[in-house]
Design a protein around this ligand. Structure first.
Ligand code: GLY
Length: 363
């Protein structure tokens, strides 16, 4: 079991990373919570698979499980009143605890419900996907989408605890297993060249050609041997960034590498065609090519990123109409009246924030 502490003074919390330890969750929850009532928010997919182990995960607590419809499309402001009503009906009070059990969508919605219900109650994260383990469950960004844009409504509300168990990854489809690796590649690109190289080394170690018909399956089995190491270092980087800049005044923006274009692609395709990781995979390659074209990025860095992402079964090229994507980016939270704060790769391991106009970016 590995433990990381996110040091944010009175908002500090532990991230516990382990394997197959759901039976110990009640013990860890009791360390940060002396009450009895838990309001667990999950989604229909996760609920179907894990409802038979709730007793193991939450035994000894008085828990109510609220099930959301699965999918990014449902991370919408319109679902909030129903959740608040269910919380009232379950008798949730200020001192009670919300549990986010699922992927990034569940974590964002449950965290936002906790941040806003009764002016804010505590919550913990139990992330079940790689994206949510390495990114969204850590750092306290919670929120929902508006028709006009992703995450336009939200808050910074830190969890009291993050319980990461790689046991939950076994039931992900291959698509959603690889999806999470886009965020892991991101950490190497923005912060740690050694970590990027380590990931390349791990992927290359498999020694199976990408043309092999069992490549996807074999690579997944191979990556599972290293997943805790990769999740640990990713969470450690995120923790270091968040500790320095909790509310995204400056440094935290680097976590948005590939996300401005990626979010716009997700929105343009109505959150149906590409998963989050797929969209930001193409977004990272695109912004790196753009950086090179503008003389801001070291030559040919995009080739290394592209090669790694391709080996991880992620798309590196998505066609989109630039005018439409520019329009969507203009409404992004990172947009200001004089341009958008893009995260530009200088070289792998180092990025900078540059304000560039939403049209100028594609020139
Ligand atoms: N996912 C970006 C952040 O947490 O700041």
């Amino acid at each position: 079991m590995e433990i990381l502490n996110v040091g944010l003074e009175k908002n500090s919390y532990d991230i516990i990373i382990g394997e197959n330890y759901a039976k110990d969750f009640p013990k860890y929850i009791k360390e940060i919570y002396s009450g009895k009532k838990l309001f667990v928010i999950t989604d229909s997919n996760v609920n179907e698979i894990y409802k038979n182990i709730y007793e193991k995960m939450f035994g000894g607590f008085d828990y109510t499980v609220y099930v959301l419809k699965a999918g990014e499309k449902n991370k919408h402001i319109r679902i909030m009143p129903e959740i608040y009503s269910a919380m009232v009906e379950a008798g949730v009070k200020r001192k009670d605890l919300v549990v986010a059990f699922g992927g990034g969508v569940v974590g964002d919605i449950a965290g936002f419900a906790a941040a806003s219900f009764l002016r804010g109650i505590s919550f913990i994260q139990i992330p079940t996907t790689i994206v949510s383990q390495v990114d969204s469950s850590v750092g306290g960004k919670v929120g929902v989408d508006l028709p006009e844009g992703k995450n336009l409504i939200g808050a910074f509300h830190q969890p009291k605890l993050v319980l990461i168990d790689n046991y939950f990854l076994n039931t992900l489809t291959n698509r959603y297993f690889y999806d999470g690796f886009a965020e892991i590649v991101k950490y190497g690109c923005i912060y740690d060249k050694k970590f990027f190289d380590r990931l390349v080394e791990i992927v290359e170690k498999i020694g199976v050609s990408q043309d092999d018909e069992n490549y996807i399956k074999k690579l997944r089995e191979h990556l599972m041997k290293y997943v805790n190491e990769l999740v640990y270092r990713s969470c450690e980087i995120k923790k270091e960034v968040v500790e320095k800049d909790e509310k995204e005044s400056n440094l935290r923006m680097i976590l948005n590498f590939g996300h401005t274009i990626g979010h716009a692609i997700e929105q343009f395709t109505n959150y149906e065609k590409y998963s989050h990781g797929e969209a930001i995979s193409a977004g990272m390659v695109d912004i790196t090519k753009i950086g090179e074209k503008k003389g801001l990025t070291k030559k040919d860095e995009f080739l290394k990123i592209e090669k790694l992402l391709k080996a991880l079964n992620l798309p590196t090229e998505i066609e989109y109409p630039k005018d439409k994507i520019s329009e969507i980016m203009k409404r992004d939270k990172k947009s200001t009246s004089d341009g958008i704060n893009f995260v530009i790769l200088k070289e792998i391991g180092e990025v900078e924030i540059r304000k560039i106009g939403e049209k100028e970016i594609f020139e």
